[in-house]
Design a protein around this ligand. Structure first.
Ligand SMILES: Cc1cc2nc3c(=O)[nH]c(=O)nc-3n(C[C@H](O)[C@H](O)[C@H](O)COP(=O)(O)O)c2cc1C
Length: 357
């Protein structure tokens, strides 16, 4: 296959979101096939429970590659997790010719982003909810529930924000996040992964406090002054202005099911951005809930387990799928201006190997 085409497909895949912008996928081009490898070391994180985040991100990546491939007159059959776990080969895409289809989502591969900036108060109209529902392939495996009434949004803002103090209070969660924070433009440009502190949309003073909390000991020290609670409070205030919340849930605990959900997630994200909604994922509470449910809360203290169970039970009052099914992604929609910064991507040349043999 033409190298330029392969490069375009990989570029589209790289534009997909990954947790903390860790970009854990590498590509190898074979004869009429594109191999996707997973770099566990880049994705290693306490919140990436069971590789949930990584397999969701893989689904997002596959959606992007398909949209790009179709626009160029190609498509692919995919073979998920074809190798042994240890060889890190997570997908083989067997590329074939197909009729050209320029999806209206194509321009949004590049425009799509996470946007956490301050929202104007706006309740999502029913017609937008319906359009978003339609964008997700109707199947029994992946379900999306949306809540857009003011009262429900306020309730979810309160419940989901209870997770945030843990970012500063739990050492592994703290380490997992800080690993990817980039504090200045130079760091952003040299690493081209992770996220610039400005994308979190906090004021200067909060940014300074967060920088000081980079040292775990200092973070512990600041919790004495309730800094971690303050982060939760700021998040709650921000979340209350959301236009809607959505929960993606699946029916079985299998990597393939996570990938499937990721595929739908990217469709929703692209469609929402196309319709002028900003998206801000809030997945911490989901990851903790799964850890508690499927593994008795390993790595969490009894009070953190109690907090997680309480959040789960409250959120389930409005989203029954949160406990009735397997929740995998929680996100909020809002109407905002543009984000203060965008996350960069590694260059294609660094993540793609051409296999000439
Ligand atoms: C599986 C997954 C989980 C994520 N979880 C969160 C989250 O809990 N909070 C958050 O602010 N962003 C979250 N994000 C957004 C990523 O940080 C973001 O996609 C990444 O930094 C790339 O930025 P972009 O979306 O603007 O391209 C998540 C993204 C993915 C794919």
């Amino acid at each position: 296959m033409d190298k330029k085409i392969i490069e375009k497909l990989v570029w589209a895949g790289m534009l997909a979101p990954t947790a903390d912008n860790c970009q854990p996928f590498r590509f190898e081009s074979g004869e009429n096939a594109l191999l996707v490898h997973f770099s566990y070391e880049r994705a290693r994180a306490f919140l990436d429970y069971n590789n949930l985040m990584s397999w969701l991100a893989l689904g997002c990546l596959l959606t992007n590659i398909r949209i790009m491939a179709r626009s160029l007159g190609y498509d692919f059959d995919e073979d998920l997790f074809p190798g042994t776990y240890s060889d890190n080969l997570v997908a083989i895409l067997r590329i074939k010719k197909a009729p050209v289809y320029k999806s209206p989502l194509l321009p949004y591969l590049e425009k799509r982003c996470s946007n956490r900036s301050k929202a104007r108060k706006f309740v999502m109209p029913e017609k937008d909810e319906r359009a978003l529902f339609e964008s997700i392939a109707q199947n029994e495996h992946v379900q999306m529930d949306v809540l857009r009434q003011k009262k429900e949004v306020r309730f979810l803002a309160k419940q989901t924000s209870r997770f945030y103090p843990l970012l500063l209070e739990h050492q592994d969660v703290h380490e997992g996040i800080y690993r990817w924070v980039r504090w200045n433009q130079k760091e952003v440009e040299t690493t081209r992964d992770g996220f610039y502190i400005h994308v979190l949309e906090f004021t200067r003073i909060v940014q300074i406090l967060l920088r000081l909390s980079q040292a775990w000991r200092f973070s512990r020290f600041l919790t004495v002054f309730k800094l971690s609670k303050m982060v939760g409070y700021l998040i709650k205030r921000r979340y209350k202005r959301s236009s809607a919340f959505a929960l993606l849930s699946i029916s079985e605990d299998k990597p393939e099911a996570y990938v499937k959900a990721g595929r739908e997630l990217e469709h929703i994200w692209l469609e929402a951005n196309r319709r002028g909604y900003s998206i801000h994922p809030s997945v911490g509470v989901v990851s903790l809930a799964l850890r508690v449910r499927l593994e008795n809360g390993t790595g969490l203290t009894p009070s953190q387990i109690k907090l997680t169970k309480s959040m789960e039970s409250k959120i389930s009052n409005v989203f029954p799928a949160f406990s009735g099914r397997l929740p995998v992604f929680l996100l909020r929609f809002s109407k905002t201006g543009p984000p203060s910064a965008r996350t960069p991507r590694l260059p294609v040349s660094q993540v793609l190997t051409f296999n000439e043999g």
